[in-house]
Design a protein. Structure first.
Length: 257
């Protein structure tokens, strides 16, 4: 098997396998507790961004801190503008407002946070594909172990993404299909890296920062405000504990990684 064939096979397996493992865990144990598990998702998304993706981006060779911070700011503002455009477009159009919208229209509007998390997930998987390709081009065994490590650290992030998608109104099947498509962006990253490794490597830190900005924006803008709607002491303590569980999950797998 050629190096390119190995890259395609392994990136496809890594991208989809992490989604399937996360889906099996999420759908089996968490689907009936989406409201409570939003707090876990906040912990996972923020920990993935601040403890994994951003440190990795800033540690990459050739990355300029000022440009990375500018990219982070641009990413946050960009996702804000995307959501603002969506809100303005639908601000006067709801089910039952006399405009004859189909049933489920409001759920589709609420799903904008789901679409934004898919954008970030796709970028993150693209970078993973570049990493796997670079490892395979150095040594076959290193490529295999790199793919296994990436699957391990992708699982908690994918669980967080699944919770966001379910919370945004996606059906279980729809969340699985779209997450799997995003997972396959690792193949695109791997193939492009095989032919243009130097250019792909130069873009990686900035892609990681944009992906991180989507995770941060979704957690802070969409999920945390939902949690504030339940301000009782018992609920607040439960939310804090679940956020800590999400952060701890990422840290635990990072140590294993």
């Amino acid at each position: 098997m050629s190096v390119l064939q190995s890259i395609v096979l392994v990136t496809a397996s890594a991208g989809v396998l992490s989604v399937l493992v996360a889906a099996s865990f999420s759908l089996a144990l968490l689907a009936k507790m989406v409201n409570n598990m939003v707090s876990v998702s906040v912990g996972i998304l923020l920990a993935t961004a601040f403890l994994h993706s951003l440190p990795e981006a800033f540690s990459m060779e050739g990355a300029t801190p000022q440009l990375l911070f500018a990219t982070l700011l641009a990413g946050l503002l960009g996702f804000f503008l995307l959501e603002k455009i969506s809100l303005l477009r639908h601000s006067h159009h709801h089910e039952g407002d006399g405009h004859h919208h189909h049933h489920g229209h409001d759920a589709e509007v609420a799903g904008r946070s789901g679409w934004m998390i898919l954008v970030g997930d796709g970028l993150h998987n693209f970078v993973d594909g570049v990493l796997i390709a670079a490892a395979f081009m150095a040594d076959y065994n290193v490529g295999i172990f790199t793919a296994l490590a990436i699957i391990a650290h992708e699982i908690p992030q994918e669980i967080g993404d699944f919770i966001v998608l379910l919370n945004a109104g996606f059906s279980r099947l729809r969340a699985l299909v779209y997450s799997s498509i995003c997972g396959l962006s690792a193949v695109l990253g791997g193939v492009l890296a095989y032919f243009f490794l130097e250019k792909a490597h130069a873009a990686m830190p900035y892609l990681l920062v944009v992906a991180s900005s989507s995770f941060i924006y979704i957690a802070v803008s969409d999920l945390i405000p939902q949690m504030h709607r339940r301000p009782h002491w018992a609920e607040s303590l439960r939310q804090i504990a679940l956020i800590a569980c999400g952060v701890g999950f990422v840290i635990l797998l990072s140590f294993a990684h």
